[in-house]
Design a protein around this ligand. Structure first.
Ligand SMILES: [Zn+2]
Length: 86
């Protein structure tokens, strides 16, 4: 098996652009995304490969985690007055 690594990608005028790094994991590649709509793909033998389910989950948590802190404090304030589903 060839080495597999990850890159941050984004589309620009219909072109798929990727960063020039060889990220060892999804999280660091996600941190490399500098604009909305960016994504992470795996690369092997100079071909882009879709993320596995586990990698997709890691990507989502990496992206979500970056944006969560500003939203999180609101949750305790809502608990008292808003009906919680589930
Ligand atoms: Zn990068």
């Amino acid at each position: 098996m060839s080495k597999r690594y990850f890159v941050a990608v984004y589309t620009d005028s219909g072109c798929l652009c990727a960063c020039e790094h060889k990220h060892q994991n999804v999280t660091t590649a996600a941190a490399c995304i500098s604009q909305p709509g960016g994504y992470v793909v795996a690369v092997r033998r100079q071909q882009y490969l879709p993320l596995t389910e586990a990698e997709q989950a890691e990507f989502e948590s990496a992206m979500y985690g970056r944006q969560e802190p500003s939203e999180a404090p609101a949750i305790p304030l809502l608990v008292g007055g808003v009906k919680v589903q589930g």
